[in-house]
Every structure is written in C-alpha cells, then in structure tokens.
Design a binder for this molecule. Sequence first.
Ligand code: FES
Length: 156
Amino acid sequence: MIDQKFYKRLEEYIEGLTDKKDDKKILEFVMEEIGYIPKEVQAFIAEKTGLFPFTIKGTIDFYPKFKETLERTGPKVVKVCVGMGCSGRGSAKLLKRMEELMGIEVDETTEDGRFSLGTQRCFGKCAIGPNIYVDDTGYHRVEEEDLPRILEEEGF
Ligand code: FES
C-alpha cells in the first residue's frame, strides 16, 4: 500500500519540473523514494502528466534500473560470511565496514526497506573467501575497498 504522502511528494515533484512529461526523471524520483514502480504509481503519473500508460511502461522496460513490481518484493539481503574460513581472511572487518556503509547493524533493514544485512556461517566456498552474497549473487575474495562498488552494483 503506497503512502498518500508519497503521492503528494510525487505530485509536487512533477509540478516542479520544467518538462512535466519527462517520465525518466519522474521514474527516477519514484525509484529513489520507494525502490520500485507499481502499476498504481504508473497510472498516477499518466494522469498527472497526460502521458499514455504504455509510454511510461516503455520507459520502464527500456532502462534496466527501473524496476516494476506490483508489490514490494522485500529487501535485498546482504550476507557476509562469518564462518571460520572467511573469518581467517578478515571477514569481521568487512562486516563492520558494511554496517558503516549501509548505516545499519546486522539483522537490521534500511529505513526505506530495500536492504538488510545479515551473516552466514559458511557458503561452502571458503577457498575463494572472504565471501559476500547479495541475494543469489556471490562476491568472492572481497576486500574492504570493494564494498562501495558492490553496494553500488546492487543499487544501494
Ligand atoms: S567460511 Fe566463508 S565460505 Fe566457508
């Protein structure tokens, strides 16, 4: 269920645009605010801009960064391996840095509900550790300086 305050902000954002039909900008705003673009929001944008719904849908399909879902699919889960193998290669430091970068602690979810942070006791890939998984995507031999890039790739 989308918050009415969000619609108010969206409406104000559209009104503040020089080009009120700039659906790419509008969709970027929606992604920043709620992390996905549900059908009801597309319909709202169509109504406020006078654009055809299929035009908006076309823009969503064209840019991979726009994600359309009917419901929030739940947060992406970042899991840092804290098993023996990865710990021996410095995963505790990675976890601490990840907490700083994400602004949350282990087992917490970001305020916008898009990301949560957890740990795992071995992914069975100790030889290529330290390992971090973001949902099903594995990052191996991770070093501290890789963390900002990983988060960026995952759309954090
Ligand atoms: S301890 Fe990390 S993958 Fe095994």
